[in-house]
Design a protein around this ligand. Structure first.
Ligand code: HEC
Length: 155
């Protein structure tokens, strides 16, 4: 009897280890997807930043396309990529998303709205010349940083 109980205990422990592993694996895709969205954000902001600094020649079409794309991304519903329990408290190095994203919700959603607002300002002026870009990129960068500061782990 005792032995049977002990074996059952071992079996249950083994099952919960397996379940934890399966759960972590099921987070891989949503985590990869949200990191991909952020990489695209980084790509377009890199182009806009280089043009604003004069490291890349200003091109109205390229600038407009970058801003429009950033706005489309910011408006995209990425809710299902931010699965509760997929913060770095649970997943370690796989993610830099802090658990505060979920524990202080909806703060993070408001940061997302700040970004949409900044980008709506940018899309109106970014194609008008480099001054339009320079005048609007600060607010966008601030909105990115405004979310990273509380919700993204430092490297
Ligand atoms: C609403 C919050 C929020 C906003 C707004 C936001 N980010 Fe992020 N960003 C995050 C979080 C959280 C992570 C970490 C994601 C992870 O590792 O799972 C991240 C990660 C990143 C990464 C690293 C991606 C990787 O894994 O390689 C880049 C680059 C990035 N963001 C760029 C930007 C840029 C540029 C903007 C503005 C246009 C922006 N982000 C706006 C929350 C935000």
């Amino acid at each position: 009897m005792l032995k049977a109980l002990r074996n059952a205990g071992i079996a249950i422990a083994a099952m919960s280890v397996l379940a934890a592993g399966a759960q972590a694996a099921s987070m891989d895709k949503p985590v990869a997807a949200r990191q991909a969205v952020m990489k695209i954000n980084g790509f377009y902001m890199g182009q806009l930043g280089a043009m604003a600094k004069g490291k890349m020649e200003y091109n109205a079409k390229t600038a407009q396309a970058a801003a429009n794309s950033l706005l489309a991304l910011a408006k995209m519903n990425t809710g299902s990529m931010w699965v509760p329990g997929s913060g770095n408290d649970k997943l370690g190095d796989k993610t830099r998303a802090k658990p505060e994203i979920w524990s202080t919700y909806p703060d993070v959603a408001n940061k997302g709205k700040d970004l949409v607002m900044a980008l709506e300002g940018m899309v109106k002026v970014v194609g008008s010349g480099v001054d339009g870009l320079r005048g609007s990129i600060g607010a966008v960068g601030k909105a990115c940083g405004g979310c990273h500061k509380p919700f993204r782990e430092k490297k």
